[in-house]
Design a protein around this ligand. Sequence first.
Ligand SMILES: Nc1ncnc2c1ncn2[C@@H]1O[C@H](COP(=O)(O)OP(=O)(O)OP(=O)(O)O)[C@@H](O)[C@H]1O
Ligand SMILES: [Mg+2]
Length: 228
Amino acid sequence: MTNGLAVKTIDLVKTFDGKEVIKNCNMTVHKGSIYGFLGANGAGKTTVFKMLIGLLIPNAGNIEILGLNRVDKENEILKNIGSIIETPMFYEHLSARENLEIHLSYMGILNSNIEGTLEMVGLKGTGKQPVSKFSLGMRQRLGIARAIIHNPQLLILDEPINGLDPVGIRQMRELFLELVKNHDMTILISSHILSEIEHIADTIGVIVDGQILEEVSLSSIKDKFLMD
Ligand SMILES: Nc1ncnc2c1ncn2[C@@H]1O[C@H](COP(=O)(O)OP(=O)(O)OP(=O)(O)O)[C@@H](O)[C@H]1O
Ligand SMILES: [Mg+2]
């Protein structure tokens, strides 16, 4: 069925008001990896992610997700993607659990494991506490809980560590590694700061002015030079 790739884009183009903001974008994400999508503000990270999850339609090019064509297999693909795009919004006066319950009923998802998911992201002890009292890190965790509760194969996270302190970043890194190792996920994560993702990612894709200039496998460099 699949070819070992979680995401493959070929010559993707997106135009806004006659201006090409994504230009022949070619991205290759291997299954079971953490792919860091690095680019300055306005480089096109969110726009590419929105095309991957179907929130924007490309003007040209092709997208394959989990070996399936984006256009032909829309529903099958969506079942297997979890995402956070830009800042996740919640019902502020409700608890983490209640927010997940509303999401599940809205999505028509049955038999999901709310407690297990909250435990996985480290929010199990928050009980009835409303989201309005959550720290930034806790909100990001809840966003991730909402993105993974249907057990997707591919997780797309737009700047999930933006604004977190070093401890928060380390905890996120551990969570991402756990999701990849023990839950068979592939994670695509964007950032505009290399140091935020260089220790998390297996591969870094660098996007400049709407084009991926380079995809570098950090794991191969680390293996070669015996780095941590
Ligand atoms: N709906 C839109 N209409 C017009 N232009 C847009 C739209 N969305 C994005 N753009 C433009 O496309 C370019 C890429 O924007 P995008 O949001 O994808 O960048 P980004 O890499 O996610 O940036 P950031 O790090 O600030 O989140 C920018 O020049 C932006 O102004
Ligand atoms: Mg963005």
